[in-house]
Ligand binder design. Structure first.
Ligand SMILES: [Zn+2]
Length: 491
């Protein structure tokens, strides 16, 4: 009964598991999945490692065990770390250890995001603090004064007054360079200005030795592998920034959270081929690792996943320094977009993201991109959920925002009855997808969904049927990704 899938096709597929059917966690850890804030997402990732399989119903006559935990639903309401509501945030969850970067980019452009191996998409219409996907065009970005200042300040610190004085004397900049600098701020120049490899080091006539900067600053892009020093910096960062106890993160949890991302390619030096997959941009000062930016490099964009730094360097604005460097990376390596993650308009702490301009927001329904400044921003000041495409089709009344009516037992419902924005309806799934022939990975080989006993009679709209579970996943992934992926349901 196995489906004919050649090896090359098999390699090109992404795999997805609806969360409730796979990540079975002990009851005591249930609350860890309450994740609306980045911090709580870390909790979810951390606790994945402590998972254990729950009692599993048998899947019809296939004899396979369907890993199942009634506590962990694929669609779930959770506490919100931003407004501190008890169950304000609702999202759909899946997990995967194998998503191709191009498919992940396609998911990003539909409002998904990943954290380690956990993939999720929030229901913006039913969440207290809607998470809007944002991105900017790297080529169009214009740094603000405070952003430029952060770079200049850091460069001065690295170079030191003595080096700067001597370099001005012994290796003065050319007239062309001077002219260029007068024309305005050169972001790439400022980002690279204090990197050791780029520094002129003329011989000091007094010492007969090359002049040296105050600090040796190096930035490299490396695979997202685990190292003891990365782990130490991460722990220091979590303790200082999130007030977490030192024993909270085991090295394996850290690894699952930030060192086990998308598969990387291996472009040859000078081939012009872009890096793709999950990488660590490592900042070293005098040979010591001081910051790591975790990046997903995708065919069209650089997606910022996480940044942690040694809190000793907390005053230098590493958030700004790293964002500016990543925008320059996007420009230099021809990734078109820079994704800064989610934007929550109602959350003051997140407003800084809007200061990287011009910034665009994903319309949760049409999946087109609108400038954040202007109409969208004005509407977001007045109501939490905004889809400009929806407003155009159904002009909203001038009245106050209408609250979404509460759904009884929302988590028990089929996703098709929840009407989550940007998700296919049951009719669309039936007409646009061939769900019967969607691939299911079982013990290393592929079968079609229709090979499952009872598949044909099962009801797509039932949240409890396998067809319902599979159909929901397909509806949230969207047509494009479903066609390039397979589903995993069984252990
Ligand atoms: Zn909230």
């Amino acid at each position: 009964m196995s489906a004919a899938v050649d090896a090359e096709t098999a390699r090109s597929l992404s795999l997805f598991r609806p969360l409730g059917e796979s990540a079975c966690l002990p009851v005591s850890l249930a609350f860890h999945l309450f994740h609306c804030s980045g911090h709580q997402i870390q909790e979810a990732i951390r606790s994945q490692g402590q998972s254990e399989v729950g009692t599993a119903p048998r899947a019809a006559s296939t004899g396979l065990r369907l890993a199942w935990s009634p506590l962990f639903r694929r669609y779930q309401r959770n506490a919100c770390g931003y407004c501190k509501s008890d169950n304000g945030s609702a999202a759909y969850y899946a997990s995967s250890v194998s998503v191709r970067p191009e498919h992940y980019e396609s998911l990003l452009c539909q409002g998904w995001r990943r954290s380690g191996t956990l993939y999720y998409k929030q229901n913006l219409r039913r969440s207290c603090c809607p998470h809007y996907t944002m991105r900017l065009q790297a080529a169009d970005f214009k740094p603000r004064r405070d952003q430029r200042k952060a770079l200049n300040r850091w460069n001065k610190y690295v170079l030191g007054p003595e080096y700067m004085r001597k370099a001005a004397m012994l290796a003065p900049i050319t007239r062309e360079e001077k002219k260029r600098r007068q024309q305005g701020f050169d972001l790439a120049q400022a980002v690279h200005a204090s990197e050791y490899a780029n520094l002129p080091r003329p011989i000091d006539p007094k010492t007969k030795k090359p002049i040296e900067p105050a600090h040796k600053f190096e930035v490299t892009i490396e695979g997202d592998s685990l190292s003891q020093r990365k782990y130490e910096v991460f722990l220091k960062y979590q303790a200082a920034i999130h007030n977490e106890a030192a024993d909270k993160w085991k090295s394996a949890d850290f690894k699952r959270f930030l060192c086990a991302g998308l598969k990387r390619n291996a472009p040859k030096e000078g081939s012009g081929e872009k890096k793709i997959g999950s990488w660590h941009q490592c900042y070293r000062l005098d040979g010591r690792l001081i910051a790591v930016a975790v990046l997903d490099l995708l065919p069209e964009g650089v997606s910022s996943v996480y940044l942690f730094y040694d809190p000793e360097f907390g005053d230098w604005g590493f958030g700004k320094l790293s964002a500016l460097r990543e925008i320059v990376l996007a420009r230099e390596e021809s990734y078109q977009y820079y994704y800064m993650g989610y934007y929550i308009h109602s959350c003051q702490k997140m407003r800084y993201k809007a200061l990287y301009r011009p910034q665009y927001i994903l319309d949760p329904e049409s999946k087109t991109w609108d400038p954040l400044d202007g109409e969208l921003s004005q509407k977001l000041d007045k109501r939490k959920y905004v889809s400009l495409s929806h407003d155009r089709a159904n002009p909203p009344s001038e009245k106050e925002e209408e609250e979404e009516p509460e759904l009884a037992n929302e988590e028990e419902l089929s996703l098709f009855d929840i009407h989550m924005p940007g998700v296919l309806t049951a009719d669309q799934v039936l007409s646009q997808l061939d769900l019967d022939h969607w691939l299911l990975l079982v013990h290393g080989s592929f079968v079609h969904m229709s090979d499952l006993v009872g598949w044909e009679e099962a009801d797509l709209r039932s949240a409890q049927s396998i067809k319902g579970i599979v159909g929901e996943l397909a509806a949230v992934l969207g047509v494009d990704v479903v066609q390039k992926s397979a589903c995993v349901l069984f252990d």
